[in-house]
Ligand binder design. Structure first.
Ligand code: ZN
Length: 140
C-alpha cells in the first residue's frame, strides 16, 4: 500500500522512535502483543509505557489471543485516503478482555459477534526503509 507522506497517519515504529517498538516487531511476526504493568499487574490496551492505575513505568510484554469477535463496526464506502481502496471496515474487536479499534480486511460483509483472526497489515515503509505494520483482522 502506498500513500502520500504528507498524509501519513501511521506511527514511527523503530526502536529509536518508541519504547513500544516490540509491539510492531511482534505484529510483523503475526503476534498481537500488549504491555502488562509489573507494578500492579494490569494489562493495557493499547500498549503503554506507563501505567495510569499505579504510575509505574515498568512493564513486560504479553501476547493476546489471535482471534476475537466483532463488537461494533462501520464501513467507509467513499472518501478513502490516497492509496486506500473501499469499502473499508473499521471495527471494535473484543480480544481477551480488551476492545481493539482496528481494520477488518476482506470485504464489507461483517456482523456483530462474528469471529475474526489477526491479519497484520503492512503499510508503507518508514523513511529509512523499515517495514511498518498495523493491527488488522480478517474473518476467521
Ligand atoms: Zn500498574
Amino acid at each position: 500500500m502506498t500513500y502520500m507522506r504528507a498524509t501519513d497517519p501511521f506511527p514511527l515504529e523503530s526502536a529509536e522512535q518508541t519504547k513500544l517498538h516490540e509491539f510492531y516487531t511482534r505484529l510483523a511476526a503475526g503476534r498481537l502483543a500488549t504491555t502488562r504493568c509489573t507494578g500492579c499487574g494490569r494489562t493495557a490496551w493499547p500498549p503503554r509505557g506507563f501505567c495510569p492505575e499505579c504510575a509505574s513505568d515498568a512493564f513486560e510484554w504479553v501476547d493476546l489471543p489471535l482471534e476475537g469477535t466483532i463488537h461494533a463496526f462501520t464501513s467507509q464506502d467513499t472518501g478513502m485516503p490516497a492509496g486506500f481502496e473501499g469499502p473499508r471496515v473499521f471495527a471494535i474487536v473484543k480480544v481477551g478482555g480488551h476492545r481493539i479499534f482496528s481494520i477488518v480486511r476482506g470485504g464489507g460483509d461483517v456482523t456483530i459477534g462474528q469471529r475474526v483472526r489477526l491479519d497484520p497489515m503492512r503499510v508503507t515503509d518508514d523513511s529509512k526503509g523499515a517495514a511498518r505494520w498495523l493491527p488488522a483482522f480478517k474473518p476467521a
